[in-house]
Design a protein around this ligand. Structure first.
Ligand code: NAG
Ligand code: NAG
Ligand code: NAG
Length: 580
């Protein structure tokens, strides 16, 4: 007859069970660059930019060579990344000119009903940290740094820097109105409203010419004042550094900023070495305007852009070194990517390139040519992922969601479509096939192209393509970013079809004569697009003009008497901080 286990054995047994329970999966370090092109890191073929630390990830882990951002613009790409779902499902994709949140004080953002992977990991006992270019934790900022720990609830970290762009580079020539393009959209919308009212009145009463002239001068004055106010106040109003829910600096001091973000990351790793953790380090680099500390400024062979890349690479190295020092490298999955392709239209004052390289790929940020969506994708986990592995299958940044959720032992939400697929079978080498048969490439809310991985082909069919300008250029230089609708695009019926496997540069559209499967392939892709469309549900538009407009009552300000003209706090030692 078996005797019951002696009582003294129970506590250790329980402790063992608890330990198993307390470490549900590996640690995760997620590093995201902003606007870094797939042609920039050395491990993706660049010979002149120095990225030894990013390259180290490729050497010690897997390199995804067909890794795709879910959208070519920061807000929708990052929303999709965090939720594992195309941004159209959360309303984080735009119908209009304004594809991103421009002001910190705007409404809209990732809806509370969306589930992010950090949230699910928290439920499994993970310590989580966001060290990032992010919106303010309460409601809103696209443009500034948030060093906020574990405040994942509402804020989608989105892209950086209209403010940085403007302040660091000074006012740009009219042709280079990057982030302002959205502003111009909003501004001209208002101006049109005023003009309409005038026309309405003119129909009823005869208005003398002098009155018209006076009105025109008045309108021009108001617009001029608004533009001036925007230039002067954008940075203090929108660029601040937050530590949790407090403003640490307003406006942000970029001197030593990368070191500061990196130190935050290292400190977090040290504090949580004993628990499972998720660190999401989202660099402001290499979005314009470029900045670099004294060790990097002027050192690269690619000007201010190259300095930014090399400084960011240093930051990656700091994090990898910290993992080594803590003995955590083998227990940690490190993932590195960029939110989308390089912004090829970025040109500095003197005409030098301020955007990165998309290698052999066409287009870039804000369009769905390969250059806009094919991004670096590196995954290192020693002992689990074979060093030097290369995977050329279509994978998506949405895949991080199910991959991490599964590894952490959490449940995938069963009440919604998750578009990402678990990467571990590919990364472990259990399969050579991606689980993505079809991928859908959105430009805002518009389905721009479909990708079908079939046999040895990767078909890509475009329903429309952006009108590059000037004609023959590799981007939309007069608007600074390409738009997704109206006269900005050319529609294709039948769709423009490429085989990305044999023509990754998208130079040779296929014809029915040259490709016997032409009709069948397009038919299959059309059916897939319809089936996909049937899974979409109508959701509120988070990027509506009403949402993205600046709201004075949402403006965060560190001054004791909040006033947009007085939002300056240079210190970062707690003095001058205002809890929000
Ligand atoms: C390396 O990167 C720089 C900076 O983006 C770029 O100018 C250069 O063309 C790239 N080289 C290659 C081979 O892609
Ligand atoms: C980490 O994993 C690698 C590969 O399995 C192994 O060679 C190495 O010894 C491990 N290091 C430690 C500290 O366990
Ligand atoms: C390619 O597509 C055809 C037609 O739909 C299908 O029969 C075949 O199984 C596919 N091959 C692969 C490897 O997906």
């Amino acid at each position: 007859m078996p005797r019951p286990a002696p009582a003294w054995l129970l506590p250790p047994l329980l402790a063992l069970l608890c330990t198993t329970e307390a470490r549900p999966g590996p640690n995760f370090v997620i590093i995201m660059a902003d606007d870094l092109g797939v042609g920039d890191p050395g491990c993706y073929g660049n010979r002149t930019l120095r990225t030894p630390n990013i390259d180290r990830l490729a050497r010690e882990g897997a390199k995804l060579t067909q890794h795709l951002a879910a959208a070519p613009l920061c807000t929708p790409s990052r929303a999709a990344f965090l939720t594992g779902r195309y941004a159209v499902r959360s309303g984080m994709a735009s119908r209009g000119h304004m594809g991103v949140f421009l002001f910190s004080a705007s409404s809209g953002g990732l809806p509370a009903r969306e589930v992010t992977f950090p949230r699910l990991l928290q439920g499994r006992g993970y310590a989580t940290a966001l060290v990032a270019a992010a919106r303010q934790p309460t409601s809103a900022t696209t443009h500034c740094v948030t060093a906020s720990h574990a405040s994942w609830a509402r804020p989608p970290p989105t892209c950086g820097t209209a403010g940085r762009g403007r302040d660091r580079a000074g006012p740009r020539p009219a042709a280079g109105v990057g982030p302002d393009s959205g502003h111009t959209g909003g501004g001209s919308g208002l101006a049109v409203g005023v003009a309409d009212a005038g026309v309405g009145a003119a129909g009823a009463v005869r208005v003398p010419l002098w009155a018209w002239s006076l009105a025109a001068v008045g309108v021009a004055g108001v617009v001029g004042v608004a533009i001036h106010a925007f230039r002067v106040h954008f940075r203090p109003a929108n660029c601040f550094l937050m530590a949790d829910l407090s403003i640490a600096q307003q406006p942000t001091d970029y001197h030593e900023l990368t070191r500061r973000l990196t130190d935050e990351g290292r400190d977090f790793l040290r504090r949580h070495a004993a628990t499972p953790f998720l660190l999401f380090l989202s660099f402001l680099h290499v979005h314009t305007a470029h900045f670099a500390g004294p060790e990097f400024a002027g050192r690269s062979r690619h000007g201010a852009y190259g300095d930014s890349v090399e400084e960011m690479d240093w930051g990656v190295g700091q994090i990898l070194d910290a993992l080594d020092e803590l003995g955590l490298a083998n227990d940690t999955l490190v993932y590195f990517t960029s939110d989308h392709g390089a912004h090829v239209e970025e040109v500095g004052e003197g005409g030098e390139r301020h955007g990165g390289s998309n290698g052999i790929y066409r287009g870039g940020k804000a369009n769905n040519w390969e250059g806009g969506i094919r991004v670096p994708g590196l995954a290192r986990w020693p002992g689990v992922i074979a060093p030097g592995l290369e995977i050329d299958e279509p994978t998506s940044n949405m895949d991080v969601f199910p991959t991490l959720v599964r590894l952490a032992g959490a449940e995938l939400p069963g009440d919604r479509v998750i578009d990402g697929r678990d990467l571990m079978p590919l990364l472990r080498g259990d399969t050579r096939r991606s689980e993505h048969e079809f991928l859908f490439h959105y430009c805002g809310t518009y389905l721009n192209a479909v990708r079908w991985r079939n046999g040895s082909s990767v078909w890509k069919a475009f329903y429309f393509t952006p009108n590059f300008d000037p004609p023959g250029a590799n981007g939309c230089f007069s608007t600074h970013v390409c738009f997704c609708f109206g006269h900005y695009v050319t529609h294709h019926n039948p769709p423009l079809l490429f085989d990305i496997a044999s023509d990754p540069g998208e130079r040779r559209p296929l014809t029915p004569e040259a490709e016997p499967r032409y009709r069948e392939v397009l038919h299959t892709m059309d059916e897939a697009a319809h089936a996909h469309a049937a899974t979409l549900e109508p959701v509120p538009d988070q990027l509506s003009l009403a949402n993205v407009a600046w709201k004075p009552w949402l403006q965060l300000c560190c001054a004791s008497r909040p006033h947009v003209f007085a939002c300056h706090c240079a210190d970062d030692n707690g003095e001058g901080r205002r809890d929000t």
